[in-house]
Structures are given as structure tokens and as C-alpha cells.
Design a protein around this ligand. Structure first.
Ligand SMILES: Cc1cc2nc3c(=O)[nH]c(=O)nc-3n(C[C@H](O)[C@H](O)[C@H](O)COP(=O)(O)O)c2cc1C
Length: 218
């Protein structure tokens, strides 16, 4: 577990709950694997183009049969796919935007979910090609969606689970920092719950040296 890819969809300069919780996930993983390499793909501050004509028409063509537009679009997508292929752990940070993921993250997803590269079809249905990776979603929202009346409005976690599983990345853990807009007490509860979830996730992924909570307290 040497390579961590952190896909961040938070804007710099904006106080970000998911960013600070994800930073702790990455720090904990890094403290346990000191030689781990962390690659950050910041899709909010270095936005990717949305899937355009070159990409849409080029994604199903073999290399060598692309026109100039298609070759450029596929080469840009190849860089993102290579980052994902090289990763052992993928941390995805996402604020909820209108019940789903930010459009900047969706642009990244559209560029990596490529036929023949991220998935293929067999006689029995689709097969994900990006296997053997651990995934951690760190999801922030103003309201509460993991339970209660707004649960049916959560198109963030179910969507991310579906699309990552589709490409073979089905070893998924979720840390939620939710209800951050519901007042100070709710925010404090959300932060505490998220930190507990981080402890649990790191303990599950790297069950060595005692729990992160014990080490933080030490
Ligand atoms: C464009 C936009 C849309 C949002 N939509 C929702 C939403 O549908 N539900 C919700 O609970 N919070 C919504 N929020 C609030 C954010 O999810 C919340 O502030 C979250 O903490 C942002 O994540 P961050 O703190 O990691 O930046 C929205 C915020 C923005 C800017």
C-alpha cells in the first residue's frame, strides 16, 4: 500500500470540512506507511474540461485512429487513468452539491470511466478493470443524509459507490461529515463522528501499532 491518490474537489480559500477530515485520513495513512507517496489530483482548483466532442468520439477508438482533437482529449484522460492505475489507496473528498457530487468531480469521473481501460463487457455483463485498490470517500454536507427524512435525497454516496464499483473499485469505506449547517452543536457532533470514522477506517486498512486514537492520545 505505497501510493495514495487523493482526489480533491474542494476549493482553496473556502473553509472545507471534508478537506480537513481527508487531510487527517491521509496523515494517518502516511504516518503508518512513511514511504508512501501521496499524489493530489485537485479537480476543483485545477478544473478538468467536461467531456467534449473529441473525448466522446475518441474514447471508443483504438490508439492510432484518433484525429488531433480526439488524440489530445484521450491523452489528457490517459494521465488521469494512469494516476488511478498506479494508486493502492484512493481518497476522494467531496462536498455535497445539490444532493450529488460537485460538477468538477463529475468531470474527472467522466474522464476515467473509459471502456477498455476502466471497464469492459463480458458475456455475463460489465467487468471493472481497476481492481485491488482501497477507496475512502470523505463526504461533507450541510444537512444529514445517512439517516432520517433526507436519506432519499442522497445521490452522493450511492452514486460514488456505484461508479467506483462499476470500474472494479468495490473495497470502499465512507467517512461522512454531515449536518455542518445545522448549528454549532450539530457541527461539533459531526466533527467528532467523522474523526471516529477516520479512526475506524484507518484501523481497518492498517491494523498495526494500536489504533490511531491511542497514538493521538499518546
Ligand atoms: C453549490 C452548493 C450546493 C450545495 N448543495 C447542498 C445540498 O444539496 N445538501 C446539503 O446538505 N448541503 C449542500 N451544500 C452545502 C455543502 O455541502 C456543505 O457546506 C459542505 O460542508 C461543503 O463541503 P466542505 O465543507 O468540505 O467544503 C451545498 C453547497 C454549495 C456551495
Amino acid at each position: 500500500m505505497k501510493r495514495i491518490l487523493w482526489v480533491s474537489s474542494n476549493l482553496h480559500g473556502v473553509t472545507s470540512h471534508s478537506q480537513s477530515i481527508a487531510q487527517r485520513v491521509v496523515d494517518e495513512l502516511k504516518s503508518r506507511i512513511p514511504d508512501a507517496e501521496v499524489v493530489v489530483r485537485d479537480v476543483a482548483n485545477q478544473p478538468l474540461p467536461h467531456a467534449g466532442a473529441g473525448f466522446v468520439t475518441g474514447r471508443r477508438l483504438p490508439y492510432g485512429e484518433h484525429n488531433a482533437d480526439q488524440a489530445e482529449a484521450i491523452a489528457a484522460s490517459d494521465v488521469l487513468v494512469a494516476e488511478l492505475q498506479a494508486a493502492d489507496v484512493v481518497v476522494v473528498t467531496a462536498p455535497m452539491h445539490n444532493f450529488g457530487v460537485p460538477s468538477a468531480l463529475k468531470a474527472w469521473i467522466d474522464q476515467i470511466v473509459r471502456p477498455g481501460v476502466a471497464f469492459t463487457y463480458s458475456a455475463t455483463g460489465p467487468v471493472g478493470l481497476l481492481r485491488g485498490k482501497k477507496v475512502i470517500f470523505v463526504l461533507a454536507s450541510g444537512g444529514i443524509y445517512s439517516e432520517g427524512p433526507m436519506r432519499a435525497f442522497d445521490f452522493q454516496e450511492p452514486y460514488l459507490r456505484a461508479v467506483f464499483s462499476f470500474i472494479g473499485m468495490d473495497d470502499i469505506r465512507v467517512v461522512r461529515i454531515e449536518g455542518v449547517a445545522l448549528g454549532e452543536a450539530a457541527l461539533a457532533r459531526a466533527v467528532a463522528k467523522a474523526h471516529a470514522q477516520v479512526d475506524q477506517v484507518v484501523r481497518e486498512l492498517l491494523p498495526i501499532d494500536g489504533s490511531p486514537a491511542e497514538r493521538v492520545a499518546a
